[in-house]
Design a protein around this ligand. Structure first.
Ligand code: SAH
Length: 346
């Protein structure tokens, strides 16, 4: 039965909600992973795109129950890079061969539109693609960043279950997050979204809805992260059992539904499984986002515990990731890796 669903999905990239649920419920999902790997190879090839992640501030005005840097966590040592430090870090990343810079932070109001636009303009002089991942903003702010040169924006929907979202992200409105994604699309960004997998109260039905939501938007990129409980949050006593397997299945089904998008092998996957990112790259993923934040600050950007490579320099991470990619017969792509590059080529 799943074999038949998979055969059709590989051809048509259409799945009903019931079929998605069926695939997400597979006990042994090897055939799903093989199908996703086949679709990945056919549509986006064997190249793996690297994105240099700079975590530039852990100040956050929000209070998401799952997140280690939530405003309510008074144990966090807060830090904020200066604009100059951010630009210097980006230059270093470019010197290691990165073609895309990702700037991520909590929702830190110190970085107003003027400061951000100045940083964006400086980084764009380095001839790289620039991605922002800085949360919910107004349409005008998104327009200003775009005007300054930002190319892509990452904003996970986290969950399409509105009730669950508003329970886990107090003071935030699910409709506003959706509004942000639509604004970003309309402004011409490449839009990345994604989900957390394994949240308390999350159902497999709602995970299927997440995937259909990404297909409908449609997203240009989507990251699936297993939820990992953090001790200094209200969800401290939750477990992470089974989250890796379920996240991998989510990611693989996403590749079937959206054959040509960019899908990262997420860092959180590697936190739960020593080979997490390599398994992800062999089950639909084609992107890795190594951390290039200075090691001095890395421990403090603790969204979840057990983050990998905390003590490793950006240079070491770059080499290590490339070796891992080569070990599975793949290679580092030397292009910026915009969604659709492949399609333009053919
Ligand atoms: N402020 C930005 C960036 C958020 S941090 C924004 O709102 O988009 C990036 C991602 O980390 C989040 O979107 C969330 O999916 C993930 N994350 C947060 N807490 C986590 C946890 N406990 N386990 C796994 N991933 C987590």
């Amino acid at each position: 039965m799943t074999d038949e669903i998979l055969r059709r999905a590989v051809q048509t990239h259409i799945l009903s909600k019931e079929e998605i649920i069926r695939l997400l419920s597979m006990q042994n999902a090897q055939t799903l992973f093989v199908a996703a790997d086949e679709v990945r190879r056919k549509f986006v090839g064997d190249g793996v795109y690297l994105r240099a992640l700079i975590e530039f501030s852990n100040y956050c005005k929000n209070n998401c129950l799952y997140c280690g840097i939530r405003a309510g966590n008074s144990h966090v040592k807060r830090y904020r890079l200066t604009p100059q430090q951010i630009i210097t870090t980006a230059k270093q990343a470019v010197s290691y061969g990165y073609k895309t810079i990702v700037l991520q932070s909590g929702e830190d109001l110190w970085f107003d539109t003027d400061k951000l636009c100045e940083i964006i303009r400086e980084i764009k002089k380095l001839d790289v693609a620039l991605t922002l991942s800085i949360g919910e903003k107004t349409r005008e702010e998104y327009a200003a960043y775009r005007q300054a040169g930002a190319d892509r924006y990452l904003l996970r929907i986290e969950t399409t279950d509105k009730e669950l979202y508003e329970k886990l992200d107090p003071q935030m409105r699910w409709e506003n997050r959706v509004r942000c994604l639509h604004d970003l699309k309309a402004l011409g960004y490449e839009v990345g979204s994604g989900s957390l997998v394994g949240l308390p109260g999350q159902t497999v039905e709602s995970l299927a809805d997440d995937l259909l939501f990404f297909q409908k938007l449609p997203v240009d990129m989507a990251g699936i992260g297993p939820f990992i409980p953090h001790q200094q949050t209200p969800l401290a006593t939750e477990k992470a059992d089974g989250h890796f397997d379920l996240a991998l299945k989510m990611m693989a089904v996403m590749r079937l539904l959206l054959p040509d998008i960019n899908i990262p092998a997420t860092t959180a996957m590697e936190t739960l499984h020593p080979q997490g990112r390599l398994l992800a790259l062999q089950a639909g993923a084609n992107v890795v986002m190594p951390n290039t934040t200075d090691t001095e600050f890395r421990p403090f950007y603790e969204l979840y515990p057990g983050k990998i490579c905390l003590g490793d320099s950006a240079e070491k991470c770059r080499g290590c990731v490339e070796n891992k990619i080569k070990s599975i017969g793949r290679f580092v792509a030397h292009k910026k890796g915009f969604h659709g590059d492949y399609l333009k080529k053919v």
